[in-house]
Design a protein. Structure first.
Length: 256
Protein backbone atom coordinates (compact mmCIF):
# COMPACT_ATOMS: atom_id res chain seq x y z
CA UNK A 1 0.00 0.00 0.00
CA UNK A 2 1.31 3.44 -0.89
CA UNK A 3 -0.05 6.78 0.30
CA UNK A 4 -1.26 9.24 -2.38
CA UNK A 5 1.01 12.11 -3.33
CA UNK A 6 -1.11 14.80 -1.67
CA UNK A 7 -3.59 13.18 0.74
CA UNK A 8 -6.18 15.41 2.35
CA UNK A 9 -5.59 15.96 6.07
CA UNK A 10 -8.47 16.99 8.35
CA UNK A 11 -7.71 19.15 11.38
CA UNK A 12 -10.37 19.47 14.10
CA UNK A 13 -10.45 22.19 16.76
CA UNK A 14 -12.88 21.61 19.63
CA UNK A 15 -13.69 24.89 21.35
CA UNK A 16 -15.59 26.37 24.25
CA UNK A 17 -15.02 29.89 25.58
CA UNK A 18 -11.39 30.14 24.47
CA UNK A 19 -11.71 33.52 22.78
CA UNK A 20 -8.41 34.71 24.21
CA UNK A 21 -6.50 31.92 22.45
CA UNK A 22 -8.47 30.58 19.49
CA UNK A 23 -7.33 33.13 16.92
CA UNK A 24 -3.72 32.02 17.37
CA UNK A 25 -4.84 28.39 17.03
CA UNK A 26 -6.80 29.12 13.86
CA UNK A 27 -3.91 31.00 12.30
CA UNK A 28 -1.52 28.17 13.14
CA UNK A 29 -3.70 25.79 11.12
CA UNK A 30 -4.35 28.16 8.23
CA UNK A 31 -0.63 28.98 7.95
CA UNK A 32 0.45 25.38 7.42
CA UNK A 33 2.92 24.81 4.58
CA UNK A 34 0.94 21.75 3.47
CA UNK A 35 -1.80 22.79 1.01
CA UNK A 36 -4.42 20.03 1.19
CA UNK A 37 -5.98 20.63 4.61
CA UNK A 38 -9.62 20.48 5.65
CA UNK A 39 -10.20 22.59 8.76
CA UNK A 40 -13.15 21.86 11.07
CA UNK A 41 -14.07 23.90 14.15
CA UNK A 42 -16.55 22.47 16.64
CA UNK A 43 -17.75 25.04 19.15
CA UNK A 44 -19.99 24.13 22.05
CA UNK A 45 -22.06 27.34 22.05
CA UNK A 46 -19.38 29.62 23.47
CA UNK A 47 -20.66 32.67 25.32
CA UNK A 48 -17.51 34.77 24.88
CA UNK A 49 -16.04 36.29 21.70
CA UNK A 50 -15.05 32.93 20.18
CA UNK A 51 -17.56 32.96 17.34
CA UNK A 52 -16.77 36.56 16.40
CA UNK A 53 -13.19 35.44 15.87
CA UNK A 54 -14.23 32.30 13.98
CA UNK A 55 -16.43 34.44 11.71
CA UNK A 56 -13.36 36.50 10.71
CA UNK A 57 -11.93 33.38 9.09
CA UNK A 58 -15.16 31.74 7.90
CA UNK A 59 -14.11 31.83 4.24
CA UNK A 60 -10.98 29.82 5.10
CA UNK A 61 -12.54 27.28 7.48
CA UNK A 62 -14.22 24.34 5.75
CA UNK A 63 -16.71 23.31 8.43
CA UNK A 64 -18.00 25.19 11.49
CA UNK A 65 -20.25 23.33 13.92
CA UNK A 66 -21.73 25.65 16.53
CA UNK A 67 -24.03 23.88 18.96
CA UNK A 68 -24.19 22.65 22.52
CA UNK A 69 -22.18 19.49 23.14
CA UNK A 70 -21.51 17.07 25.98
CA UNK A 71 -17.91 18.13 26.47
CA UNK A 72 -14.55 17.96 24.73
CA UNK A 73 -14.72 14.31 23.67
CA UNK A 74 -18.16 14.80 22.12
CA UNK A 75 -16.88 17.85 20.23
CA UNK A 76 -13.84 15.95 18.94
CA UNK A 77 -16.06 13.13 17.73
CA UNK A 78 -18.36 15.54 15.90
CA UNK A 79 -15.30 16.81 14.07
CA UNK A 80 -14.00 13.33 13.37
CA UNK A 81 -17.36 12.28 11.93
CA UNK A 82 -17.41 15.33 9.66
CA UNK A 83 -13.84 14.76 8.46
CA UNK A 84 -13.27 13.72 4.84
CA UNK A 85 -9.47 13.62 4.95
CA UNK A 86 -7.33 10.51 4.76
CA UNK A 87 -5.65 11.54 8.00
CA UNK A 88 -7.30 13.35 10.91
CA UNK A 89 -6.17 14.92 14.16
CA UNK A 90 -7.27 17.56 16.62
CA UNK A 91 -5.62 20.66 18.02
CA UNK A 92 -7.23 22.21 21.07
CA UNK A 93 -8.32 25.84 20.93
CA UNK A 94 -5.50 26.97 23.23
CA UNK A 95 -2.69 25.03 21.50
CA UNK A 96 -0.73 25.69 18.30
CA UNK A 97 0.70 23.79 15.35
CA UNK A 98 4.05 24.83 13.94
CA UNK A 99 3.82 25.73 10.21
CA UNK A 100 5.42 22.54 8.84
CA UNK A 101 3.73 20.10 11.23
CA UNK A 102 1.18 18.67 8.79
CA UNK A 103 3.71 18.55 5.96
CA UNK A 104 6.05 16.49 8.12
CA UNK A 105 3.24 14.19 9.24
CA UNK A 106 2.27 13.52 5.61
CA UNK A 107 5.91 12.73 4.75
CA UNK A 108 5.98 10.27 7.66
CA UNK A 109 2.72 8.74 6.49
CA UNK A 110 4.00 8.33 2.95
CA UNK A 111 7.13 6.63 4.25
CA UNK A 112 5.16 4.33 6.58
CA UNK A 113 1.58 4.06 5.27
CA UNK A 114 0.66 1.13 7.54
CA UNK A 115 0.79 3.02 10.83
CA UNK A 116 -1.97 3.81 13.30
CA UNK A 117 -0.45 6.97 14.84
CA UNK A 118 1.84 9.65 13.36
CA UNK A 119 3.19 12.38 15.60
CA UNK A 120 6.05 14.70 16.47
CA UNK A 121 7.86 13.53 19.60
CA UNK A 122 8.89 17.07 20.58
CA UNK A 123 6.34 19.63 21.79
CA UNK A 124 7.04 23.08 23.22
CA UNK A 125 5.18 24.11 26.36
CA UNK A 126 4.05 27.74 26.55
CA UNK A 127 2.20 29.72 29.20
CA UNK A 128 -1.04 31.70 28.99
CA UNK A 129 0.80 34.65 27.44
CA UNK A 130 2.56 32.51 24.84
CA UNK A 131 5.93 32.58 26.59
CA UNK A 132 8.15 29.53 26.12
CA UNK A 133 8.44 27.28 29.19
CA UNK A 134 10.29 24.18 28.00
CA UNK A 135 10.50 21.55 25.28
CA UNK A 136 9.34 18.05 26.13
CA UNK A 137 10.19 14.97 24.14
CA UNK A 138 8.36 11.66 24.41
CA UNK A 139 9.41 8.81 22.13
CA UNK A 140 6.81 6.03 22.15
CA UNK A 141 7.89 2.77 20.49
CA UNK A 142 4.75 0.67 21.04
CA UNK A 143 1.65 -0.02 23.12
CA UNK A 144 3.53 -1.94 25.83
CA UNK A 145 5.64 1.15 26.52
CA UNK A 146 2.55 3.30 27.10
CA UNK A 147 0.95 0.67 29.32
CA UNK A 148 3.88 -0.23 31.51
CA UNK A 149 6.66 2.36 31.19
CA UNK A 150 5.38 5.87 30.50
CA UNK A 151 1.76 6.78 29.74
CA UNK A 152 2.55 10.28 28.43
CA UNK A 153 1.30 10.96 24.90
CA UNK A 154 2.04 13.89 22.59
CA UNK A 155 -1.45 14.75 21.40
CA UNK A 156 -0.82 18.20 19.83
CA UNK A 157 0.51 17.53 16.36
CA UNK A 158 -0.59 13.88 16.22
CA UNK A 159 -2.64 12.45 13.34
CA UNK A 160 -4.36 9.15 12.58
CA UNK A 161 -5.85 7.35 9.55
CA UNK A 162 -9.47 8.46 9.45
CA UNK A 163 -10.76 5.02 8.53
CA UNK A 164 -8.99 3.62 11.61
CA UNK A 165 -10.54 6.27 13.87
CA UNK A 166 -13.92 5.06 12.64
CA UNK A 167 -12.93 1.40 13.04
CA UNK A 168 -12.13 1.91 16.75
CA UNK A 169 -15.37 3.88 17.25
CA UNK A 170 -13.86 7.31 17.81
CA UNK A 171 -12.95 8.88 21.17
CA UNK A 172 -14.49 7.38 24.30
CA UNK A 173 -16.86 10.10 25.51
CA UNK A 174 -17.08 8.61 29.02
CA UNK A 175 -13.45 9.59 29.71
CA UNK A 176 -13.02 13.17 30.88
CA UNK A 177 -9.27 13.64 31.21
CA UNK A 178 -7.21 11.11 29.25
CA UNK A 179 -9.34 10.31 26.23
CA UNK A 180 -6.23 10.74 24.07
CA UNK A 181 -4.32 8.02 25.94
CA UNK A 182 -7.27 5.63 25.62
CA UNK A 183 -7.58 6.38 21.90
CA UNK A 184 -3.86 5.74 21.31
CA UNK A 185 -4.00 2.41 23.16
CA UNK A 186 -6.93 1.28 21.01
CA UNK A 187 -5.35 2.51 17.77
CA UNK A 188 -2.14 0.65 18.56
CA UNK A 189 -4.03 -2.64 18.35
CA UNK A 190 -4.25 -1.97 14.60
CA UNK A 191 -0.78 -0.82 13.57
CA UNK A 192 2.56 0.64 14.65
CA UNK A 193 3.36 4.18 15.72
CA UNK A 194 5.73 6.54 13.86
CA UNK A 195 7.19 9.89 14.87
CA UNK A 196 9.70 12.52 13.86
CA UNK A 197 12.01 13.98 16.47
CA UNK A 198 14.35 16.55 14.92
CA UNK A 199 12.19 19.57 15.83
CA UNK A 200 9.05 20.51 17.74
CA UNK A 201 5.70 19.83 16.08
CA UNK A 202 3.38 21.96 18.17
CA UNK A 203 2.89 24.10 21.25
CA UNK A 204 0.95 22.91 24.28
CA UNK A 205 -0.38 25.81 26.35
CA UNK A 206 -0.08 25.16 30.09
CA UNK A 207 -2.15 27.69 31.99
CA UNK A 208 -4.34 27.74 35.09
CA UNK A 209 -7.58 26.60 33.41
CA UNK A 210 -6.33 23.59 31.44
CA UNK A 211 -7.58 20.17 32.49
CA UNK A 212 -4.00 19.10 33.15
CA UNK A 213 -3.65 21.98 35.62
CA UNK A 214 -7.02 21.57 37.34
CA UNK A 215 -7.55 17.81 37.26
CA UNK A 216 -5.22 16.85 40.10
CA UNK A 217 -5.75 13.38 41.54
CA UNK A 218 -8.86 12.90 39.35
CA UNK A 219 -6.66 13.14 36.25
CA UNK A 220 -4.33 10.48 37.69
CA UNK A 221 -7.27 8.28 38.64
CA UNK A 222 -8.58 8.46 35.07
CA UNK A 223 -5.16 7.47 33.69
CA UNK A 224 -4.89 4.55 36.12
CA UNK A 225 -8.32 3.26 35.11
CA UNK A 226 -7.48 3.47 31.41
CA UNK A 227 -4.14 1.70 31.88
CA UNK A 228 -5.75 -1.13 33.86
CA UNK A 229 -8.56 -1.42 31.31
CA UNK A 230 -6.01 -2.00 28.57
CA UNK A 231 -4.00 -4.59 30.51
CA UNK A 232 -1.22 -2.72 32.32
CA UNK A 233 0.75 -4.85 34.75
CA UNK A 234 -0.42 -4.16 38.35
CA UNK A 235 2.99 -2.95 39.52
CA UNK A 236 4.16 -1.43 36.29
CA UNK A 237 6.21 1.74 36.31
CA UNK A 238 3.31 3.58 34.65
CA UNK A 239 0.73 2.61 37.28
CA UNK A 240 3.10 3.34 40.15
CA UNK A 241 3.63 6.78 38.63
CA UNK A 242 -0.13 7.48 38.61
CA UNK A 243 -0.44 6.48 42.29
CA UNK A 244 2.50 8.63 43.30
CA UNK A 245 1.25 11.67 41.38
CA UNK A 246 -2.30 11.23 42.72
CA UNK A 247 -0.99 11.08 46.31
CA UNK A 248 1.22 14.10 45.72
CA UNK A 249 -1.73 16.04 44.31
CA UNK A 250 -3.96 15.17 47.27
CA UNK A 251 -1.29 16.22 49.75
CA UNK A 252 -0.79 19.51 47.91
CA UNK A 253 -4.54 20.15 47.85
CA UNK A 254 -4.84 19.47 51.58
CA UNK A 255 -2.16 22.03 52.32
CA UNK A 256 -3.79 24.82 50.32
Amino acid sequence: MTAPAMPKVSVVTPSYNQGQFIEATIRSVLNQTYPNIEYIIVDGNSTDNTMAIVDKYCNKIDVVIHEKDRGQSDAINKGFRAATGELVGWINSDDLLYPDCVERIVTLYQQHPGGSIYYGSRVDWIDGQGNFIETRQVAIPNKAHLLNKNYDVMQPGSFYPTELIRAVNYVDETIHYCMDLDLWLRLLNHGPIYYYSDKSAACYRRWEATKTSTGGHLFMRDIGRVLRRHGAEPYSQALIKTRYRAFKSLVKASLL
